[in-house]
Write a protein that binds this ligand. Structure first.
Ligand code: HEC
Length: 166
């Protein structure tokens, strides 16, 4: 009850910012995406329930922290693919363009320092190509990626899978 009330209020507040956003479909670089109030709104309504408004998630419940971490995944093709295919992202109600935008917003907001100069924002075509391939085993995919990243000297946020009730 309290949560839905708060969400309703949040929705009302966010809607007030909508007109300012709409024109920003195509943007480059990490920073510009922070100007997108559509991405902000999508994040708050579709992702923040688990990942929290500050991106810290709940490590002890299996939701990894995005801060100083999620940008590292963009350095590997398999990492980008993983970001699109995790259930919270791929199975959200967002369409491909909206999901691409919110992923770009997450990188820009919580982990801009971890991307390389070669970083290119996600596009709706990239999201569309990966999204339909669901993971049989997210734990395995995340663990393999972590090993790969560690070999490159990169330390993504801990992922304490299994502590979350499913
Ligand atoms: C119901 C809870 C929930 C919601 C809602 C959710 N996620 Fe997640 N997310 C998780 C969990 C749990 C993980 C860890 C991987 C797994 O077990 O699925 C995760 C992992 C991720 C990761 C990879 C992070 C890492 O370090 O491995 C990304 C990227 C991500 N989510 C994006 C999103 C986006 C974008 C949204 C909103 C459209 C979203 N998630 C909504 C629960 C959620």
């Amino acid at each position: 009850m309290w949560t839905s009330l708060r969400l309703a209020c949040l929705g009302a507040v966010l809607l007030a910012f909508t007109p300012w956003a709409q024109a920003q479909e195509e943007m480059a670089g990490t920073g510009d995406y922070l100007q997108s109030s559509q991405a902000f709104k999508d994040y708050m309504l579709q992702c923040a329930g688990c990942h929290r408004y500050d991106g810290q998630g709940l490590t002890h419940r299996g939701i990894p922290d995005f801060n100083q971490s999620i940008g590292l995944f963009t350095r590997l093709p398999a990492g980008r693919d993983y970001m699109i295919r995790v259930p919270g992202a791929s199975q959200s109600q967002l369409d491909n363009a909206d999901l691409a935008r919110v992923l770009n917003w997450i990188v820009a907001k919580f982990s801009p320092e971890e991307v390389t100069p070669e970083y290119r924002p996600f596009t709706s075509a990239e999201v569309g190509a990966s999204r339909r391939h669901r993971f049989d085993d997210v734990l395995k995919a995340r663990t393999e990626l972590t090993v790969q990243m560690n070999k490159l000297g990169l330390e993504p946020a801990p992922y304490l899978y299994g502590s979350m009730e499913r």
